[in-house]
Each structure stands twice: as structure tokens, then as C-alpha cells.
Design a protein around this ligand. Sequence first.
Ligand SMILES: NC(=O)c1ccc[n+]([C@@H]2O[C@H](COP(=O)([O-])OP(=O)(O)OC[C@H]3O[C@@H](n4cnc5c(N)ncnc54)[C@H](O)[C@@H]3O)[C@@H](O)[C@H]2O)c1
Ligand SMILES: O=C(O)CC[C@@H](O)C(=O)O
Length: 528
Amino acid sequence: MFKILVSDALSEEGLGVLKSSKDFVVDVKTGLKADELKGIVGDYDALVVRSATKVTAEVIEAGKKLKIVGRAGVGLDNVDLAAATAKGIIVMNTPGGNTISTAEHTMSLIMSLSRNIPLADASMKKKEWKRKDFMGVELYNKTIGIVGLGRIGMEVAKRCLAFGMRVKAYDPFLSREVAEKIGVELGTLEDVYRAADYITVHVPLTEETKGMISDKEIGMMKGGVRLINCARGGIIDEQALARGLESGKVAGAALDVYVEEPPKDCPLAKFGANVVLTPHLGASTEEAQVNVAIEIAHQISDALLGKGIRNAANFPSVDPETYHALQPYINLCEKLGSFTSQIAQGALTEVNVTYSGDIAAHDTAPLTMALMKGLLSPMLQDTVNFINSLSLAKDRGIRTTELKSLQSEEFVTLVSLEIKTDKETHRVAGTLLSKSDPRIVKVDEFYVEAIPSGCMLLMQNWDKPGIIGNLGKLMGEHNINIAAMSFGREKQGGRAMSVLNVDSCVSAELLEKVKKQPHILSAKIVEL
Ligand SMILES: NC(=O)c1ccc[n+]([C@@H]2O[C@H](COP(=O)([O-])OP(=O)(O)OC[C@H]3O[C@@H](n4cnc5c(N)ncnc54)[C@H](O)[C@@H]3O)[C@@H](O)[C@H]2O)c1
Ligand SMILES: O=C(O)CC[C@@H](O)C(=O)O
């Protein structure tokens, strides 16, 4: 018998799937405070949440029997994925179930904003008739800029095209061909900011996207631009947006999501008809809630009863025995993918992987999924998982090939990855020294022996004396401990590659100093 705690409102249809099984006891306890959740979560095998429950590292720690956290929805930013993974807890979500609802809500916000509907309605209900106060604007012939052309962004694009709008978009993980097929013009972020009359964001909340629209970006935009955020609070900086509205540079804004939910002191609440606010309603339709609730209920039921794992953000879909055998390679492949993605620039177009030696005797499909998950994760974050990584790559026009060879000339087993972007090509290879000891052994033309873990500093340099000393001194001055180093060179005195594993993160400022050291040609930080 498994105990399941549902801590956010879940539709009856989803609850019905769980409650109808003799194998489950289901408790619905919504509105729990953090301490209350911590106090009871230890009794449960699975926890089902939407966006209100914060599944912190403390909740995970207290979940002594917890096997699964299921998110009825997309964003996993309310779940500490790293803590769950470290404890072997599967985290799963339901990508796609609320896409249409959120795209439709985005359109509702765009329309409400353009025609002052919320305030006009409130005014009518006060028995007023103020036609002059509510002059609107047409969408027809206007340009909308879409930042993030994934599932929701794409649906918004199609709807805007139907309104006769021009659609420009920025998404570094999407090929031009896929965008152009539906009539969307891909450009740089700056192109989008400068050209658009409306800008809507549909990216996940990540370190990169947090505050991605702030004063500087608003400064680049057209006077009279209207901004919409139906993705996550803070992608558009709320204070900067308020300043833009006050100065008149921004004509209007519509938000569904906030830095703090519910917001205690939202700087946008003071504005009039030109600001439309909704309380995180993107996915709040009968259809979306039924979709995500039924989906998560079936996923959790199957996973608990050993019938397979779907849409897990941290677990591949294989039977337990195969998983055990492949686990070290899965780990190696995910890291190789993430490493390669982080050293590359441009939109990914092609991925070619070769498995050589012992590993080629196994079913390598989960390894390619892991590689692709690693490649896409720096951009897609929690919407990519082992299961959907290959189909996401296909949707994005990324060509993938897989080759196997039982012979391996240099290593007992070798995973070689070649990726092509619209700007460059990289080749990275990795092996296992032992089950728990992965190594990156080749980066482009350089043979190295780098540990794919934590914060890594990757440099190209001339093979000259003094480089190690200079770097060691610089790291020491910044109190950064070097845990491991690896070097490879094309020939004596020629180009070389140095890879440092460091115990604490290298700041952007220190990276600039590294780049200015004698004989350093380039430097990058990779986080694994
Ligand atoms: N308001 C709501 O109720 C609601 C409902 C569902 C989803 N969401 C949020 O909407 C967001 C998008 O959901 P989705 O299902 O479309 O996800 P998705 O993964 O299908 O799409 C996200 C897109 O953003 C792109 N991207 C990532 N980083 C980027 C960057 N720095 N610049 C430009 N593009 C970038 C990715 O390539 C991807 O195409 C998620 O954050 C999700 O949490 C909100
Ligand atoms: O649960 C909700 O209503 C919000 C869901 C939405 O933000 C998501 O990321 O899927």
C-alpha cells in the first residue's frame, strides 16, 4: 500500500484515478505551511503538487519514504530537483497538458491590454459610460516579439499570425527552418526588442532568463511597447517595468506571474487601465487542469507500481536491471552533453554520437537520451527530461545520428560526441576509468583527462612556461582552490588546452582576469 499526499488543488478526475486503486491511500491537504508539510511528508511515498507548494531541500530531507514528486504542470522551479535527485526521488511533470490554455490566456491578456477591457468593464459596473477613456489599439499589422518559441510560444505565434500580426521571435535553441515554416522570423534578442510593438516571454525561469528584460532592454524597445509575462515572475524585472510605465516608454503591461506569489507589494498594482494583472491563471482552465491531473495521476500510479517511468526530469525510462548496468554511462553521457552544450555557441543543428568498444554491446538508446538531455538542459531546464529529449531535439530541427562499433582503438569504451551549431563544430569524447569515475578524454583536437564535475575552467592557451604558475597564483588570490588540472597540446610550443576543476565558482570578473593572463587565448566556465 502506497500513501500519496496531494498538497495543491488537483482536479477530481485526477484524484479519481488515484483513489480508485486499492494500492493507494490518498490524502488531500492543501494550503499547508512549510513546517506543516515538513511535519507530515515523512509518512508518504509520493507527493503531488502544482505551483503553490514549495518542495524545498528541507521538505525532500523530511520525506524519508518519498519516492516520487509529481508536478501537475510544467514549471519545476518550485521543486528542488538537485536535492530530490541526490536522494533518489523521481521528479516528474506533465509537459504539454496546459500549453493551449496558457497560450489562450496570453492572447486574452494581449487583447485585454489593447482594448482596456478590465477597466471598461469595472467602469460599466459603476454605471458609467466613458467611451473616450477607453480608446484602444488594433493588433492587425503590429509586430509581436516572442522570446522563447517552445510549446507555448509557438501556439501564441500561430494565434498572433491569425490576427494579422507580424511575428518575430528569439529562441537560440530553435532552427530558422522550423520557425519559418509557420511564418515566424527568428532574430537576435536585440532585433526582437527593437522591432516589436508587443513583447511576450515564454522561457523557463533560469539564471539566464531572470531579469532578462530590465531597464537596458526596455531602453532598446520602441516607445509605446506593450509587455506580457505569462511564463514566470521576474523574467521581466518588475521594478524596471514600473519605471518604463511611469516614463511612458512602455505603453502597457500584462502579467500573470510575479516574483512573489501572491505578491505582497507588487509595483505594478498602482497603474490604471494600461496594466492588466491576473493571479497565475495561465493553466487555470477546466481542460488544462483535467489534462495535467489525469496525466500526473497515471504517471505516479505506473511509477509506484513498477509499470514504467514517464516524463521524469531525473530518471530514464528503463527497467531496473538495465538501468543498474547503464547507470555509470548514463551519468557520463549526460555530463558530456551538458559540457559540450556549454562550450558551444549558436543554435544546435546536428548531433552525431559514436559508441565504441564494450558499451556498443548494450542498448544505447537511454545513453543517447541522456546525452541529448545534457545538451538541451542548459537551455530548456526542467521541461527536458530523459524521455522527451530526443523528440524535443527533433521538433527543433536538430538532426541526430547514432553509430556503434564494437572496436575501440584507444579506450576499452568510448563515447564520442560531435555537435554542429549554426556557428561552429565541437567534438568531445568521454570514457569511464571505473564505474564511478567518468573522464572527458578529448575536447576538439586536444587529448585531456578532465573530471566532468562541478565548476570547470576551460582554457585554450599557447604551450608556454609559467601558465600553471600564473593561474595558480590568480586562483589563490581569489581564494579558489584548484581540485584537479588536466592539459593537452597539439605540439610542443603550439596551441594547448587546460582544464581546471575548482572547488568554488569562478566569477565573471575573475574569468575576465583569466582571459587577460599571458598566453591565454580563450577561457570559459562550465558548470556540471
Ligand atoms: N502562467 C502559467 O500558468 C504557465 C503555464 C504553463 C507554463 N508556464 C511557464 O511557461 C514557460 C514556457 O513553457 P513551455 O511549455 O512553452 O516550455 P518549453 O520548454 O516548450 O519552451 C521554452 C522555450 O524557451 C526557450 N529558451 C530557453 N532559454 C531561453 C533564452 N535564454 N532565451 C530565449 N529562449 C529561451 C527554449 O529553447 C524553449 O523553446 C515555462 O517557464 C513554464 O513554467 C506558465
Ligand atoms: O498549477 C498551475 O496552475 C500553474 C502551472 C504553470 O505555472 C506551469 O508551469 O505548468
